[in-house]
Every structure is written in C-alpha cells, then in structure tokens.
Design a protein around this ligand. Structure first.
Ligand code: ADP
Length: 209
C-alpha cells in the first residue's frame, strides 16, 4: 500500500495514543502533532486562553472548538506539506471537518487503539508525565521514579484523577467514539490491540503500515 500521508491515532484516554504516535513519527520520519501537548503548552504559558483551556481540561470535557480552532488551524497549516502522525485530534465531527480542509481524506490511515474499560481506568491512575520533557510513564502505585531521558520529576496530570477520569471516558464515548464509524465507513480504519505492553502495540501498528 502507498504510505498514507496522515496517520491518526484514535482511542480512549490513556490508551497509549501519545506514546505510540511519538514512536511511529520518529520511525517513519513524519511530523508528530498532538493536541494534548499543544494545548497544555498554552496552559503552561499562563495566558488568558491557557486558563480557559485548563478549566475545560480539568472538567474532563473537550475544550470548546471556538477556543482551540485558531491554534489548531495555524499548526495544521504549518504541517500541510509533510507526512504527519496525529494524536488526540480529531476528537469530534467539527474537528473531522477542520482536518479535511487541510488534508484530503484519501491519504488517511486511522489506527483505532482498542482497550478495555478496566485497562483504561488502571492506566489513567498509574500514568505519570515528566515535568521537564513530557515523556509518559506508567508506574506502580507508590513507586518513586524519575525520567529515564532527562532525570526530570514525574508528576500526575491534573486531569488523571478519579473525579475527572469518569467524565473523560464519558466525553470520549459521546464525542470521539462516533469517529470510529465515520472513518470505518470511508474505509480508512484499522483496529490495533492496545492491551499488550508498549513494544507489542508498536508491532501491531507496524504490521498495518
Ligand atoms: P488523553 O488522550 O489521555 O485524553 P490528551 O493529552 O490527548 O489526553 O488530552 C487531554 C485533554 O486535553 C482532553 O481531556 C481535553 O480536555 C483536551 N484536548 C486535547 N485534545 C483536544 C482537542 N482536539 N479538542 C478539544 N480538547 C482537547
């Protein structure tokens, strides 16, 4: 198969999309585009917009499209001439349309990472992120660990806690899950088993690509 120009990773929160998207982009020499990281970097700037993003993120809902559109469209514009691996976008049908305006869908491959509800829950509670470089780790509860890349401190994301977790799963079910059918219907979707450890999922992705 001709290599798709746009590879989208779809899946529930904490399914490993971010980890796999970064591995894949590096391996095939594509640009990585993750809305989670992009939007969190705005939060870190402490701008008014960032404060609004934080409120939405910590509620477990999506950030309203009218707030994210300018940032996301600008970034997509920069990427339009490259091969790109996308993580965390699109997340609703409005975003499907936004993406389609920049990249023709015949060049898409959508990898749907499939993970049970129990595994989603467990991973969300064990997920830590390096404060310095953003690398993602799954730790054992109570374990003290530092980043193996830069030695940075591992912290829990504000939205990875049991209160926000249920809402994020609900948001995914209501707004993002329908995209599975959308991309399936246009013949662009492949399911990937998200249950194995990281290298196993990577192998599953490589088989499809
Ligand atoms: P996860 O995939 O584990 O949910 P992300 O880092 O991709 O984590 O996203 C964290 C939060 O950022 C989401 O719950 C949502 O509030 C916000 N977010 C990320 N991407 C988008 C997007 N494309 N549109 C709206 N909100 C988004």
């Amino acid at each position: 198969m001709e290599k798709p120009k746009v590879i989208i990773l779809l899946g529930p929160p904490a399914s490993g999309k971010g980890t796999q998207a970064k591995i894949l982009a590096k391996r095939i020499n594509y640009k990585y585009f993750g809305t989670g990281d992009l939007l969190r970097s705005e939060v870190e700037k402490g701008s008014d917009l960032g404060k609004k993003f934080a409120t939405a993120m910590e509620s477990g809902g999506l950030i309203p499209d009218e707030l994210t559109d300018p940032l996301i469209k600008a970034k997509l514009g920069e990427l339009k001439d490259f091969g790109v691996v996308i993580d965390g976008f699109p997340r609703n049908l409005h975003q499907v349309a936004t993406l389609k305006q920049v990249f023709p869908e015949e060049n898409f491959l959508v990898l749907n990472i499939v993970l049970s509800a129990d595994s989603v829950m467990e991973r969300m509670l064990k997920r830590r992120i390096c404060k310095k470089c953003g690398k993602i780790f799954i730790i054992e509860i109570g374990e003290e660990k530092f980043c193996d890349v830069c030695g940075g401190k591992l912290i829990q994301r504000a939205d990875d806690n049991p209160q926000v977790l249920a809402k994020r799963i609900k948001t995914y079910g209501e707004q993002t899950k329908p995209l599975i059918d959308y991309y399936k219907n246009i013949g662009k979707l492949s399911d990937i088993d998200g249950e194995p450890p990281i290298p196993g999922v990577t192998r599953g992705i490589e088989k499809v690509i």
